[in-house]
Structure formats: structure tokens, C-alpha cells
Design a protein around this ligand. Structure first.
Ligand code: FNR
Length: 378
């Protein structure tokens, strides 16, 4: 399918490039919510590393091949997807747009892009599922301390048609986020991001008073559950036993952790450093990818996020061995600026640019994208 031929972006006058969406979102949002998405851990070095490594890898296009028919589709966990692109789990969307995750979910359903719903979404997962119909959706879990609560979230997700689970393990405590500290801003304390917690029967049973009666106490309880600093590989194995859905582990940058993830039952790996929000001074994810690809040896699919902004980035990650990538901040800026339509525009632009990059690099299908397409410059 030729997405760029179908899009009517020109007449909508939306921004095109990532930095334009970012700038418009900065103008539209209050300092707290904007800082929450824009900021990173500490000095922001990991965020910089996530981006600068993309410049060190360059595509090496071929010419004179028939590129009249192009196919961006991939197979992931036994399912055909229209492109190697998914939307990353990002919580508390009500601070960016009144419809929150519902707007994002609708955009995904309309474009056929899988949506990974955050555990800390503002909307309950069932409501999100409702607006998506049969469209592909995964659920992301921040494993709570109480295993009964994990099981409840996982059961709800399966019942609501989420077809895979992403367990995020790099955030059992929040990083040092200077922008948020400066703004004294944590959206959860205002009750955002509680859509799944406040509708969960196991969670509600833990409260002395309902969230309506004492919101702050309920939020604090939820945050305590989410700050699961005792989480280990054994805990991951317990989660593995709780669901028969495919399980992906998100937050891996060390090759040995990739091996452990497989050993303990992961069906997929997401190379991610949470967009540089957790630890400062860390390795960029694209830099980490080749080492992980080496040790995983094709046993499970590898996805990557943190720094994907455009088509060439998608192509570089796939050329280095990723099966697919997750888009994060770009869709949140678009959500803040223009809701569902904004998210759709960002998705369509990235897909269009990916398709063009594929074609102009002399390939007609994602199957033809491999290490021969990329070089690292010194
Ligand atoms: C995130 N991320 C995230 N990850 C996750 O597993 N669950 C979550 O609820 C959130 N929430 C969240 C909020 C905000 C505001 C941001 C920016 C990020 C991390 C996200 O899934 C992804 O890893 C990063 O966004 C990737 O980095 P870039 O490409 O957005 O810079």
C-alpha cells in the first residue's frame, strides 16, 4: 500500500517534521505536562546519545532495481503487520489531550498500526479496547508488587482483546528528572494515569476508602504497587506463568539481559532506555542493538525504541537486526497539538517516509532490508 499517495496532509497544514510538532506542543501545553514528555533523566545525556548514534550509521543505497511495487509489511509474533512500526506505551495521556488514550487508539485502529497501551493510561483498558474494534493492541504492564494485581491486569487485558503483553522493567523507580523536579510536577498526584488501577477489583479491595472518597490515598497506594523495586528474574517467571499471551520484555540494553529474558520465557525483547528518562549517561539504544542481535541469534523478535523520529531511523534499526520499532514522543506531541488527527498524521508521515526510504535505497520489501544496507562511520 502506498500510504503517502493517500494522505491529505498538504491540505491540513499540520507540521511535518518532529521538531515542528514538538515546538507546537510546547506552545500549547502548560510547563508541567510539556516538561513531563520532553524531559529526560539528569543532564539529558542518554536522550542525546539515543539520537546522535543514528547519525553514526549511514544507509548505503543501491540503484537500478525495480521499486515500482513496495511492501512494508512484516510478520511479528505470527501476525502480519502493515509496517515495522508500533506505538510505544506512554501513560497519562489525559495531560496532553482531553480524550487521552482514546484518541491515540482510534488513530492506531484507522491506520492499522498496533497500539501498546500503557499500564498507567488515563483511560481503562476496556474503554480503549472498545474504540479499537478488532485492531491490534498490546498491553504494557508495570509489574505491581502484589502478584494478584498483576494477574488481574493480565486477565483483564486478555479479556479485552489485547494480544501480547509488554513487561516494562526499567522503571521500578523513577529516574532523576530535573524538569519535573523544577516544575514540581508528577501527573499521578493529580489523579492522571489511574484508568486501570481505579477500575481494578483487586486494587479497589486494597483501599480503605474508594478513590472518589480519598483520591490521594488511592494514588499513593497505586504508586507504591508500581514501584516494585524487588522485581527479579524470578518475578518475571511468575508473570510468565500467569498468562498464555506472548510476553515481551521492555527496557533491555545489555546483551546478557537479553539472554536472561529468553531463558526466563520472553517471546520478544524491546531494546529501550525509556527514551532516556530513567538513567543519565547511558548507551543509546541503536548502539546497544548489534550486541543484542548477536546473542539473541534470531530466537525471538527484537524491537527497538528511544530516538525513532523518521523513516531513515526505522530503516537503520531494521537493517541492524530489529524486526520493528516503537514510536514514542512524536505521537504524544501530535496528540497534544491535534488529537486523533495529529497522531494519524505522525503515523502516516513516518510510514510514508519509511516506504520512500525503502524504495530509494533500492529495496522493495522489508525482507530485503539487512546489514548490507548500513555502514557505521568513524
Ligand atoms: C514513556 N514511556 C513509557 N514506557 C512504558 O513502558 N510505560 C509507560 O507508561 C511509559 N510512559 C511514558 C511517558 C512519557 C511521557 C514518555 C516520553 C515515555 C517510554 C516509552 O514507551 C518509550 O520507551 C520512549 O518514549 C521512547 O523514547 P522516544 O523515542 O519517545 O524518545
Amino acid at each position: 500500500m502506498n500510504y503517502y499517495e493517500e494522505s491529505d496532509l498538504a491540505i491540513r497544514h499540520f507540521p511535518i517534521a518532529f521538531h515542528e510538532w514538538e515546538e507546537k506542543a510546547r506552545q500549547r501545553l502548560a510547563a508541567g505536562p510539556f516538561g513531563y514528555v520532553h524531559g529526560g533523566a539528569g543532564k539529558g545525556d542518554t536522550m542525546l546519545a539515543n539520537r546522535s548514534i543514528f547519525d553514526k550509521y549511514r544507509l548505503l543505497p543501491r540503484i537500478c532495481s525495480d521499486i515500482s511495487e513496495r511492501d512494508l509489511s512484516i510478520t511479528l509474533l505470527g501476525r502480519q503487520l502493515p509496517s515495522p512500526i508500533l506505538l510505544a506505551p506512554i501513560g497519562v495521556n489525559s495531560i496532553f489531550h482531553r480524550e487521552g488514550e482514546l484518541a491515540v487508539a482510534k488513530a492506531c485502529a484507522e491506520t492499522g498500526i498496533p497500539y501498546i497501551l500503557s499500564n498507567v493510561s488515563s483511560q481503562p483498558m476496556e474503554k480503549v479496547a472498545e474504540v479499537m474494534g478488532e485492531a491490534v493492541r498490546w498491553f504494557q504492564l508495570y509489574p505491581p508488587i502484589d502478584p494478584h494485581l498483576s494477574r488481574s491486569f493480565l486477565d483483564r487485558a486478555k479479556k479485552a482483546g489485547y494480544s501480547a503483553i509488554v513487561v516494562t522493567v526499567d522503571s521500578t523507580m523513577l529516574g532523576w528528572r530535573e524538569t519535573d523536579l523544577r516544575n514540581a510536577y508528577l501527573p499521578f498526584l493529580e489523579g492522571h494515569g489511574m484508568g486501570n488501577y481505579f477500575t481494578d477489583p483487586v486494587f479497589l479491595q486494597k483501599l480503605d476508602k474508594s478513590p472518589e472518597e480519598d483520591k490521594i490515598a488511592a494514588v499513593k497506594k497505586a504508586l507504591k504497587e508500581g514501584n516494585n523495586t524487588q522485581f527479579t528474574w524470578n518475578s518475571f517467571e511468575e508473570i510468565r506463568k500467569m498468562t498464555d499471551l506472548p510476553l515481551l520484555l521492555k527496557g533491555i540494553t545489555h546483551p546478557e539481559d537479553a539472554r536472561f529474558a529468553i531463558k526466563h520465557g520472553a517471546d520478544g525483547i524491546i531494546v529501550s532506555n525509556h527514551g532516556g528518562r530513567q538513567i543519565d549517561g547511558a548507551i543509546g539504544t541503536l548502539e546497544a542493538l548489534p550486541g543484542i542481535v548477536d546473542v539473541v541469534r534470531g530466537e525471538v523478535p527484537i524491537l527497538l525504541d528511544s530516538g525513532i523520529r523518521r523513516g531513515a531511523d526505522v530503516m537503520k534499526a531494521v537493517a541492524l537486526g530489529a524486526t520493528a520499532v516503537l514510536i514514542g514522543r512524536p505521537y504524544i506531541y501530535a496528540l497534544a497539538v491535534a488529537g486523533r488527527q495529529g497522531v494519524m498524521a505522525v503515523i502516516q508521515n513516518i510510514i510514508a517516509e519509511t516506504e520512500l526510504t525503502l524504495a530509494i535505497s533500492g529495496r522493495k520489501s522489508m525482507k530485503e532490508v539487512d546489514s548490507t544496507l548500513i555502514v557505521k562511520i568513524t
